[in-house]
Ligand binder design. Structure first.
Ligand SMILES: NC(=O)C1=CN([C@@H]2O[C@H](COP(=O)(O)OP(=O)(O)OC[C@H]3O[C@@H](n4cnc5c(N)ncnc54)[C@H](OP(=O)(O)O)[C@@H]3O)[C@@H](O)[C@H]2O)C=CC1
Ligand SMILES: O=C(O)[C@@H]1CCC=N1
Length: 272
């Protein structure tokens, strides 16, 4: 991979996930710079990954070839406006923020920019990430390839055709690790209430979840429905459990959750 000077603005959960993936995959830590107002997260990144850290967004971004915008959506305007005095003509901008549109970034930077919107997720930290990508019109193939390579160091990537499609990516992959964590959390809680040791419950649940995801991935010819049916013996235990989920309208709950997730991204696009 071509190794360029990277600057992450904001050193929170996602910057940690992406920079870990990059360093683990061999990206030169000396070329990665992260900035943050408070010191604690920077200290951890410096100690764990050996990347450069500072509190100065402007200086770090000025020196970088690629600026990765990784602050919360509500802070994006303030952060981008403060960087708008930098000549961005030779730099690629990548944003990981949910719900902030390309039009907004153009307003904030007040100059022509080359921007790729991405939607990664936290499993990027361990190489199991999933990132959706959308490039602003006019971004060249070399910059698209560079962004793709950066995000691939943490897992898989898909390009989407329309900017709006990123909202579906959020519902399906950006936010969805939290849905699966909730499911596992609930299962572990039930086992604990039934008197099981928490560590054993967690081991059982995490391995079952990992196995189920691997079964889906390794059997592309089989639908998720078919894989579910293969577990479900007629008149058996799984049938009882699945009936309880169906009766409680799990599918309806999932539908509401995902459409609320998309709606929030659309609302944020108007807000920020
Ligand atoms: N978490 C997730 O699963 C995903 C998040 N995203 C997107 O990633 C972005 C970051 O999310 P996440 O990492 O979870 O959030 P975090 O809150 O963990 O990280 C944001 C970081 O930005 C820092 N920050 C605040 N103000 C500034 C500033 N002026 N300059 C530089 N840094 C600043 C914060 O510092 P401090 O805490 O010291 O104030 C914090 O460390 C969001 O836009 C979110 O939409 C995208 C995909 C998945
Ligand atoms: O919850 C959020 O807004 C961010 C975007 C996707 C995951 N976390």
């Amino acid at each position: 991979m071509t190794q360029k000077k990277l600057c992450f603005i904001g050193a929170g959960n996602m910057t940690r996930s992406i920079t870990s993936g990059l360093v683990k995959s061999g990206y030169d830590a000396a070329l990665i710079h992260a900035t943050n107002p408070s010191a604690a997260k920077l200290d951890v990144l410096k100690a764990e990954l050996g990347i450069k850290v500072s509190h100065d967004n402007f200086a770090a971004a000025t020196q970088a070839d690629v600026i990765i915008l990784a602050v919360k959506p509500q802070l994006m305007q303030q952060v981008c406006e403060a960087l708008s005095a930098i000549d961005l003509s030779g730099k690629l901008l990548i944003t990981i923020a949910a719900g902030v549109t390309i039009n907004r970034y153009q307003e904030y930077f007040r100059q022509p920019i080359k921007l790729i919107r991405t939607m990664p997720n936290t499993p990027t930290q361990i190489g199991y990430g999933m990132t959706g990508l959308y490039a602003q019109a006019g971004v060249c193939d070399a910059d698209k390839l560079l962004c793709e390579q950066l995000m691939k160091s943490g897992g898989e990537v898909v390009w989407v055709e329309q900017e709006d499609d990123l909202n579906q990516v959020i519902a399906l992959a950006g936010s969805s690790p939290a849905y699966f964590f909730l499911m596992m959390e609930a299962m572990i809680d039930v086992a604990k209430q039934d008197g099981m040791d928490e560590h054993i419950a967690r081991q059982l649940v995490q391995q079952a979840a990992l196995g189920a995801a691997a079964m889906v991935k390794q059997n592309p010819q089989l639908s998720a429905a078919q894989l579910r049916e293969n577990v479900t013996s007629k008149g058996g235990t799984t049938a009882q459990a699945i009936a309880a989920f169906e009766q409680a309208d799990l599918r309806g709950i999932v539908k509401t959750a995902m459409s609320d997730c998309v709606a929030r991204a659309q609302e944020m696009a108007k807000q920020f």
